[in-house]
Design a protein around this ligand. Sequence first.
Ligand code: URP
Ligand code: ZN
Ligand code: ZN
Ligand code: ZN
Length: 475
Amino acid sequence: MSTVIRNGTIATADRTYKADVLVEGEYIAAIGDNLSGDTEIDATGCFVMPGGIDPHTHLDMPFMGTNSADDYESGTKAALSGGTTMVVDFCIPGNGQSLLDAWADWDRRSEKAYTDFAYHMCITYWNETVREEMAEVVRRGVTTFKHFMAYKGALMVNDEEMFSSFRRCAELGALPLVHAENGDVVAAMQQQLLADGVTGPEGHAFSRPPRVEGEAANRAIMIADQAGCPVYIVHVSCIEAHEAIARARANGQRVFGEPLIQHLVLDESEYFHPDWDHAARRVMSPPFRNKKHQDDLWNGLRAGSLQVVATDHCAFTTEQKRFGRGDFTKIPNGTGGLEDRLSVLWTHGVETGRLTVNEFVAATSTNIARILNLYPRKGAIAPGAEADIVVWDPKASKTISAATQQSAIDYNVFEGMTVKGLARYTLSRGEVVWQDGRITAQRGRGRFVPRVPFSAESQALRTWKALTADKPVAR
Ligand code: URP
Ligand code: ZN
Ligand code: ZN
Ligand code: ZN
C-alpha cells in the first residue's frame, strides 16, 4: 500500500522546497517530482512537515490527590488532531515503587494510545536498587530520567540524590531532565502567603517568582557539569532560567531548554482574574510570567539557546481545580495544550515573523528528535524516515474553544484565540489518522518508541570530559 502526497511544499528544519512525498507502508520511500502511488493526498497550498513531537505530557498522571483528566485516549486524540504524532510521557514511580513496576503501570495506561509514544522515567528517590534499575530502563529503551527540584514532600529530590542520578546518567549515556524550581523556598513561601491571608490562585504565582526558577536551573546545570552529563531543563519560563542555559551553552556545556507554548503566549495577569475558576484553571508550575519574560523566551528560540516548544500537557477539570478553593497549594498543578501547540506557535511565531517555517519545524519536531536520539527515524521528511507527517494548511483558521476540542476537560486556556494554520491531514507511520477535522485512526494503534543511549552529543561530552578530567600529580 503506497500513498503519494502531491502538490505540497516540504518544510524541514533546514529547507523549504516543492516536491512530492511517496509513502510506502510505514516509511517515506521517496521524495521527488511526479511520483505515483496507490492513493493520493492533495497538499495544494500546504506545507508537508514532520509530525509534531511533544516531549512533555502527563496523561492520566496521579498528582496532588487526583489523576490528570486527559488519559492516553483523549490526550493522544488531541495530539493528532493538532498535528502531533508522538508524545513523550513521564512515568512516575509512586512512593518507593520500583522503576520497572511503574513502567508496567504506564504500559497499562498507554494501551489506548492513538499516537506513538515514549517515556521519560522519573527519579523521585534514590537508593542502590534505583541505581541498578536505571541500567535496565535504558536497556529497554527509555534513555531520559526526570528530576523534580520542586514539590517538596512528594516528587522532589535533593542535590545529593540528583548528583548520584546524574552520575549514573553519565555512565549509561542517558540524559537527565530537570524541573527547576527551588522547592524548599517555594514550600516556605506558600506557608507564609497562606498565613498572610493570600489563599487564591495569585498566591501560586507569588510563591514561585522567576529567581526561584533561575537559582534551580543554575544549580542543576552545575550538578550536570560536575557529573559529566548533558542536561535538559523542562518548562523554562523566565529570563533567569534562560540566562542560566544560555550562559552554560556559551561556556561549552551541553544544556537544552524547553519553553512551553503556554508561557510563550499567556501571562501572569491570568492569576489576577476576578473569577476564581478562570485563575485556578491556569495554575501550573512554573506559573505564567510577564511580557518581558515572554519576549525573552521567543528570543531564545530564535537565538538557538532554547530548542524545543512543548506543552507539559497535564489537564485537570474545573471540578478537580476546585480542590484548592480556600488554599491555592491544593489546586492541582497543570494545564492543557497538546491539541493547540502547533497552531498557536504558528500563529504567534511564524505569522508574526518571530520564527521561520524551518525554525517552527525544528522547535516542534526535529530538535527534540535529535536530543532524544530518534533522528531521522522521527522528526524528518526523508527517505527511510517513519512517515509521521502533517499536511499543514497555513491559511486555514479556527477559534479555539473547549466546545470543539478533543481534550476531555471542560475549558481551554486558549479559549477564544483565533489561530491560523491547521493540520489538514495527519499521518502516523503512513496511516492517515486525521483528515478534514475528523479522527480516522483506531484506538490503541500507537506504539512504544524505544530509544538507544549515547546520542552524538553525550558521546562527544564523554570524550571531552575524559580528556579534561582532573588527574593526580605524579610525584
Ligand atoms: O504544573 C505542572 N507543570 N504540572 C505537571 C507536573 C510538572 O511539574 O511538570
Ligand atoms: Zn514540572
Ligand atoms: Zn474566564
Ligand atoms: Zn511536566
